[in-house]
Design a protein around this ligand. Sequence first.
Ligand SMILES: NC(=O)c1ccc[n+]([C@@H]2O[C@H](COP(=O)([O-])OP(=O)(O)OC[C@H]3O[C@@H](n4cnc5c(N)ncnc54)[C@H](OP(=O)(O)O)[C@@H]3O)[C@@H](O)[C@H]2O)c1
Length: 312
Amino acid sequence: MANDNREYDVIVWGASGFTGRLVAEYLARHFGTDGPLRWAMAGRSQSKLEAVREQIGAGEAPILIADSNDMDSLRELARNSRVIATTVGPYARYGSQLVSACVSESTDYVDLAGEVPWIRQMIDTHENGARESGARIVHCCGFDSIPSDLGVLFLQNEARERHGTPCDEIKLRVKAMKGGASGGTAASLMLVVLAAREDRQIARILKTPYSLNPEGEREGLDRADQQGPAWDKDIDAWTGPFVMAAINSKVVRRSNALLDSFSIVSPPIQSLVCFPGFVPFVLLLSFLPVYLLLLVQFQFFLEFFLVALLLP
Ligand SMILES: NC(=O)c1ccc[n+]([C@@H]2O[C@H](COP(=O)([O-])OP(=O)(O)OC[C@H]3O[C@@H](n4cnc5c(N)ncnc54)[C@H](OP(=O)(O)O)[C@@H]3O)[C@@H](O)[C@H]2O)c1
């Protein structure tokens, strides 16, 4: 990396929030605050950041103040670090200026965004600038997308090494999951749904399986993602769409297009696995696309869905 002489290696922007705090806690536990990794906590509220720093045992980790409405403060962050890891979301509301600052300051950037239309917008706006400045802008670096994105890459590399050819198809099955959606995740989801209701172009981006691919590469051999219930004979179980499938399969298709290395890869269509005894549950989940349509049409369903998401 070119920016070795910057004050920090990583700045976590949003460290007072649910996810940012987890990231800062991880860094504090694994690297301490006076080790070789030079990192800092950033956000818009000094007092909140100080409280979090104390709660997570991050000693004297430096605290930096930057607000999404203050471009100078964002540029200052970007200038002082090799990488900015941001958990300030919804990204469509708070994130665009930081991407711009990182591109102009040649600073690498990672986020947890799952907001496909915003990611499309950032690529269209900043791709050329980032190529010129050398900033690496990496979206979707969270729990949601990493298992499918890197999982497909590793599997195809392995398949090639063992069999001399990549797999025609990869299935990712989620069998069990713990935890719920954080406040920021629910807010981000709500913003995407409302934007799709207002703007047909955004709705189209969400619907198109290849919408994150570079222009001219928006078709492929695989079909659209699974929409309803389906019996999977390979695993003897009913399956339905995994709640993050619509984002993750687009991420995999984009990586595949950028790497340009798998001639016939068919990215995974992710599904939630339930066993035969849970058929009614599967059917319920499998009607998620219909439910999402209702969300888009009626505010009441949207609010009901978000309350349900946030319940423990
Ligand atoms: N892909 C994944 O796997 C994954 C997983 C979890 C979360 N996420 C995404 O990560 C994002 C954050 O989620 P979360 O639940 O951690 O959110 P959160 O708890 O609401 O935290 C949001 C953070 O943004 C800060 N913030 C808000 N407005 C700001 C502004 N104008 N300027 C600077 N900072 C501002 C907040 O600061 P204050 O504390 O001062 O309010 C807080 O630190 C969401 O977009 C969510 O969808 C993705």
